[in-house]
Design a protein around this ligand. Structure first.
Ligand code: UDP
Length: 240
């Protein structure tokens, strides 16, 4: 397919956004009954549920660690989340994303407070339109907070892209597909710590610095929305 024009002369993107604009975002915590904590997060057409169980007994028991909890994470895309035919089993990409999401979360959860237990996190992509790992991480950290799991901070995440020579915040699928670079970034903002950083494509040193500044701006807005989503749930519990 021929590459479509993605940014107009006056800097407007395919979906009408400015270069530094996030997609419309929705966040809600406590959306599922069966898990200990849950969240739903939407970035434009990207829609993700996250559910958390635990701390709970480890199965099989011999995997339990005497000094800390095990964090298990499964990132999964539903068969109807993408246009192409998606294999039913876990793809290599899903295994990789489960690992990077787990490693990011391990850096903020106080695992040593729950020895011999496991904390199990499920990230389920309902619809994918770019940025599912960052949306998944944002949802997973909300679900952990909803489960009452002690953490040093929450994680907020977004991807910056380079499209037709411009740096753009919060890339959607078509920008990811046809763009020159994609830089997913996740941070624990209060700790000022970067917990995930991947780069697909090439950026100059100067572009990388600008992209990181753009990511930080987006992340601080997303972090604020996470705090508000948590407050919405817990203030309504107090009132009710
Ligand atoms: N995608 C797809 N089919 C797949 C995997 C990905 O259509 O099997 C699309 C989907 O919209 C996804 C985007 O490609 O969000 C970018 O995927 P990437 O691997 O860069 O991860 P993401 O940006 O979702 O974290």
């Amino acid at each position: 397919m021929e590459k479509p024009k993605l940014i107009s002369e006056d800097g407007v993107r395919v979906d009408g956004r400015r270069l530094d604009e996030l997609r419309p975002i929705k966040m809600e915590v406590g959306v599922l009954d069966k898990s200990d904590g849950s969240a739903y997060v939407e970035f434009g057409k990207t829609k993700v549920f996250a559910a958390v169980f635990g701390p709970r007994e480890v199965h099989p028991k011999h995997l339990a660690l005497p000094e800390r909890a095990i964090l298990n994470c499964r990132y999964h895309m539903t068969s109807f989340s993408v246009e192409d035919r998606k294999p039913l089993g876990m793809t290599r990409r899903e295994v990789e994303l489960s690992k990077v999401i787990r490693e990011a979360l391990e850096s903020i959860v106080f695992l040593e407070e729950f020895p011999r237990t496991s904390i199990d996190i499920y990230v389920e992509v309902i619809q994918a339109d770019g940025g599912t790992r960052t949306t998944g991480l944002t949802a997973a950290s909300l679900a952990l907070a909803d489960a009452g799991i002690p953490m040093a901070d929450m994680i907020a995440a977004v991807a910056v892209g380079k499209v037709e020579g411009h740096l753009v915040l919060d890339v959607c699928d078509i920008e990811d597909k046809y763009g020159e670079a994609d830089l997913p970034v996740a941070m624990a903002p209060r700790l000022n710590s970067i917990v995930l950083l991947q780069l697909n494509g090439r950026l100059s040193r100067e572009e990388f610095q600008k992209a990181m500044a753009l990511a930080r701006e987006g992340i601080s807005k997303i972090y604020q929305m996470q705090r508000e989503a948590l407050k919405r749930k817990y203030s309504s519990v107090e009132e009710g």
